[in-house]
Design a protein. Sequence first.
Length: 258
Amino acid sequence: MSDDVKRHVQEVFSKNKQAYVDSSTHKKQSDLDAIIEWVEPSPSDKALDIATGGGHVAKALSLHCGTVFATDLTKDMLQNTARHLTSQQNIEYVVADAEQLPFLDGSFDLVTCRIAPHHFPSPHQFIKEVARVLKDNGRFLMIDNVAPEDDALDEFYNRFEKKRDYSHVRALKISEWKKLFRNNHLNVKKHLTRKKAMPFPDWVRRTLDNEEDQKAVEELFQQAPAEAKSHFEINEENDHVQSFAIDEYMVVVEKHSS
């Protein structure tokens, strides 16, 4: 990652490390159950959870896999997560850049990354690294917020995310992710796209302390074009934004060497 972006990510996640452990979005049990169902882990599997954040996926995997490596760029975040997961004896914690993983080729049966790739400056390098550390026929599950295919909605979405969180780089379109998978011999096995409802107050306060900054993001929503208000299901009550919805992509791919 570029040094500036890396520093921004570390600042945001160090400051908000407990918020990501407590976040209702990140610890949603139905999501974690679906991840286990999709990747079908077994006790012989060695798994890697990239950008583990609050460690929710790593914990879920640890109940089914032999060993789980939980990595994150932010040491403070990882240290805090490790304290919360002391009962999980088979999780190893490694400070690591998602675009430069400190593991040998073909190390893992399973790799996961959830609600994080929009922070990565170089998605193509990230996917290249995922493919490198996966064993042949290994599985990679990714969940992330994605931009609409429409260019205007894409621009609006990434603009409000960046305004709320300066460590946000860009949410890709699904078509862009599919191209990256193809280029790295990763075959899509299963995927879905869904709307994810977001409680606006919780979402905006997770990264912004200053009320003026929070209000600026809210005004961006309130002044949005009709098409954007419709697509993102922006809900206002008593002159305040209460909730909205974004597009989320969940996909499992399998590595094939040729």
